[in-house]
Write a protein that binds this ligand. Sequence first.
Ligand code: ATP
Ligand code: MG
Length: 548
Amino acid sequence: MNEGKNFIETIIDNHLADGRFSAVITRFPPEPNGYLHIGHAKSICLNFRLAEKYGGRCNLRFDDTNPCKEDQEFVDAIMADVRWLGFDWQERLYYASDYFDQIYQCAERLIEKGLAYVCDLSAEEIRRYRGTLTEPGKDSPYRNRAIEENLRLFRQMRDGAFADGSRVLRARIDMASPNLNLRDPVLYRIVRATHHRTGDRWCIYPMYDYAHPISDAIEGITHSVCTLEFEDHRPLYEWILQSLEWPNPPQQIEFARLNLTRTIMSKRYLRYLVEERIVDGWDDPRMPTLSGIRRRGVRPAAIRAFCEEIGVAKANSVVDIGQFEHFVREDLSQDSQRVMVVLDPVRLIIDNWPEDKFEELVVENHPQRPEMGSRKLLFGRELFIERGDFMSNPPPGYNRLTPNQEVRLRGAYIISFKSAEYDGQGNITAIRCNYDPATKSGTGCKKKVRGVIHWVEVSSAVPVEVAEFSPLLDDNFDARTDDIAAGINRNSRTIYPDCRAEQSLAGASVDKRYQFLRHGYYCLDSQAGAQGRLRFNCVVGLKDSWSR
Ligand code: ATP
Ligand code: MG
């Protein structure tokens, strides 16, 4: 019956069957204090897909209860990212700050029921009174204030009568509870900060744990899906809605957050990378932010397929970054146009090719998809090949050009080495060779060689920049114990400043993907390279380390 369903769907099925809920309404609740990352994508896919599967709805709600760190810039970026991922909240765009009045009224109700009190202890004292996992907490001396006094003080808090941090409103639950979240948690604090939406209207702000269940309930959320760290907060979530006698309250369900090897998935550390200028910004192609991943060239379908595949679990684990790359590659292999680009060029001169002769070769755009057509490549006497595709003194197993080994120029002819020219430092400046006119590709030539290399004709070549990336964290970084600063991979980006691309790439566009033959999948960077040169980002290499 439940085959192919995840544990959240099983819970929902039961709720629908026993009549607790008759529809499925979920929400994605980002706090606008940073950019979304690939971990958030998991939550977005999960919430929107659940709604879709059950014919329900998914809201986008900004959890903007902490004015100190939040900003409109993040609101805008988050909306753009969710849309880019392919999800639509339609007219259901909400903000917790839209509910500030209701959330405030709820607090007065709790006070009236004797379930909340104004506490004058300092933050430090509150911490000390809270106790530990092994010791019960101690009641605040303000815990038994009269309801009237609490109401009066709370209203004065709201009206700006007290200094920031001098008083808080706390739930009156149980200072001896084994669950620390139930030891009279803070519901409201005094902060004179300008909110990006409500401005200076409020000088008290509700805490996340208090505002969240009320926001969910106001929107009629049925299933409030969150990450595992909130499991211990669930009793508080339920206490708040029960105390407010909310009819048909939502069910909080926790799942394991997405962790990826060698990937920073904490907003705090991502901000650190940006502020320390270890990366160029939130959308640096190395960042695991959705804006970085997008600029890198990954398409949303790959992220959705990946999130679907990894599924949801009740226990934390770490997914190999190679598995993500596998989905990126799968997506790109379908329709990326094949092109030839030489990253580290060295000149190859074909001595037996006439100086002013050029030939147009026709090559396919995709080997498995003839409908993607073909393009013309200019072939002539002078070409660029990769410096690494020739060795005068090769190790065993080297199957590219050597003094004794012929290679095929992709889509063209077989060549044999004649001589090499060197500069004063012993670097090769040119390689001279001969071609065999009887070996043209596509003419039924029977001659076999061990290697096929790519090339670009000199007079038609387009100078471009190419950026290659490796993870921002060292291979052996352990997020649980290591200091982030010590784990940063300082060689996460390699720029090839002087590459040569075939002519077709002069018209490259940001929305197209290319397979640079023998290199990987690439995409034009949305911000051009140095001196107006086109910059291509390596989206992912060709080798699949995961399906192995
Ligand atoms: P913080 O709360 O520390 O600022 P956060 O990453 O939890 O950071 P939110 O904006 O609160 O940021 O997250 C929005 C939603 O995304 C939450 O419901 C959260 O549970 C979910 N989420 C965040 N990180 C992950 C992750 N790595 N995997 C899955 N879901 C995540
Ligand atoms: Mg959060």
